[in-house]
Design a protein around this ligand. Sequence first.
Ligand SMILES: NC(=O)c1ccc[n+]([C@@H]2O[C@H](COP(=O)([O-])OP(=O)(O)OC[C@H]3O[C@@H](n4cnc5c(N)ncnc54)[C@H](OP(=O)(O)O)[C@@H]3O)[C@@H](O)[C@H]2O)c1
Length: 247
Amino acid sequence: MSRAVLITGASSGIGEALAYEFARRGYRLAVLARRVAALQELEIALRAAGSPQVVVHALDLRDPAEIEPALSACAEMLGGLDIVVANAGIAPRTPVGRGTLADLQETIAVDLTGACATVDAAVRHFRARGGGQVVGITSIARYRGLPNFGAYSAAKEGLHRYLQALRAESWHEQITVTELAPGYIDTPLNRAVRSRPFVIDVETGARLMADLIERRVAYATVPALPWRIAGRLLQLLPTRLLAPRRP
Ligand SMILES: NC(=O)c1ccc[n+]([C@@H]2O[C@H](COP(=O)([O-])OP(=O)(O)OC[C@H]3O[C@@H](n4cnc5c(N)ncnc54)[C@H](OP(=O)(O)O)[C@@H]3O)[C@@H](O)[C@H]2O)c1
C-alpha cells in the first residue's frame, strides 16, 4: 500500500501545492483546514492527479482540542499515517503597541500552539504505530524578530525550538523530525508584502519540500540557497538596517 500523508492548511498555498505534489507521487492523503468546500474541490483534483485515497477533514487550530480527534479520524480512514505536515499558518501584521490583541493571540494560537499540538498528536500516533515522520513548517522569519511581524517571528522560532526538543526526546525511537523553513514562496499569505526577496512560485516550493521530506532531512531552508546563508546573515544584520523609515 502507498504511504499516507496528512497536511494541515491544505486549502491554500503551500499546503495545497504540497498535496498535489504528493498526489502526483502516488501518496494517499488527508487534507485539513477550515474551508471544507475548498478541500472538497481539491479532493477531486488530487484523485485525478494520482492519489489512490483522499480524506477531507475540517480543522480549526484555534481550538487545540479539535486536533487529536481530527488526526485520529484521518488515521483511521487511511489505515494509519506515515507523515504528518504541520503546515497551517497565518501571518498578520502585529506592530508592537500598535496592533490588536486579537491578531497577537490568533498568531500564537495557530502558528505556535496549533502547530505544536499537531506535532504532539502526530507523535502520539507514531508511537502507537511504531514510527513515522513529523514535518514542521517554520520560516526564515524565525532567524530574526522582523519589524511588524514580531508575533509571527516569535511563533516560528517557538516551533523551531519545540521540534528541536522533540528530536532529542525521540532520538531512540523510529520517529523522523523534519523542519522546513521557507523564504518567500508566492501564496496568499504574503501577496500584500511589498518586498519579497528571492520569491519562488508555489509549485517549485512544493516540489523542493516534497523532495526534502522524502529524503527525511532534519532541517532545511526552502530553497536551500540563498536562505541557508541569508538566514544566518539576517541574525547578524545591524538593527538600524531593519528599522522601518521614520514616520
Ligand atoms: N508563503 C511563504 O512565503 C511562507 C514563508 C515561510 C513560511 N510559510 C509558512 O508556510 C505555511 C503555509 O503558508 P502559505 O503561504 O501556504 O499560506 P496560505 O496560502 O495563507 O495558507 C494558509 C493555510 O493555513 C490554513 N489556516 C489558517 N488558519 C487556520 C486555522 N485557524 N485552523 C486551521 N487552518 C488554518 C488556511 O486554511 P483555512 O483558511 O481554510 O483554515 C490555509 O490552508 C505557514 O505555516 C506559513 O507560515 C510560508
